[in-house]
Ligand binder design. Structure first.
Ligand code: ADP
Ligand code: MG
Length: 141
């Protein structure tokens, strides 16, 4: 299995719960490393570009409003099979359906306010990391 990089966001609702440390602990306990990190508040243009694949969906406006409502933490996670491993640590999109112990089960509030984002494929990981990180901001120690 190859070492991969994936893109993660701690969303505004989890930031408001003061859960950065608890969420990062989940990644680390499950074999992922933090290879890049920054705190920022997304602009409307950044959130719209990031979620462009969903722009025709009925929840798009609400999603952009939520994602720009407060600071977020953007991360590059690295490790063996990091993309799918992160999706497992996160849990299902709907927190009500997420497995016990997953981040979305613990910190998600609703389908929209589900605590974390994680890339779903190598192509999306590359695109999403490229939107927010330069090569020199990612450390593969
Ligand atoms: P995931 O984040 O698990 O990859 P999607 O890519 O399908 O899920 O959706 C992107 C984000 O859009 C979700 O994480 C969630 O914040 C929001 N979202 C998805 N479906 C809905 C919905 N039916 N109502 C409100 N928000 C939604
Ligand atoms: Mg997705």
């Amino acid at each position: 299995m190859a070492t991969e990089q994936t893109f993660s966001i701690i969303k505004p609702n989890a930031m408001k719960k003061n859960a950065i440390g608890s969420i990062i602990a989940k990644f680390e306990e499950n074999g992922l490393k933090i290879a890049g990190a920054k705190l920022t508040q997304l602009s409307q243009a950044q959130a719209e570009e990031f979620y462009a694949e969903h722009k025709e969906r009925p929840f798009f406006g609400e999603l952009v409003t939520f994602m720009t409502s407060a600071p977020v933490m953007l991360m590059c996670l690295s490790g063996e099979n990091a993309i799918m491993r992160n999706r497992e640590i996160m849990g299902a999109t709907n927190p009500a359906e997420a497995a016990d112990g997953t981040i979305r089960k613990l910190y998600g509030d609703s389908m929209g306010e589900n605590a974390v984002h994680g890339s779903d494929s190598p192509e999306s990981a590359k695109r999403e990391l490229g939107l927010f990180f330069t090569d020199s901001e990612i450390c593969n120690a």
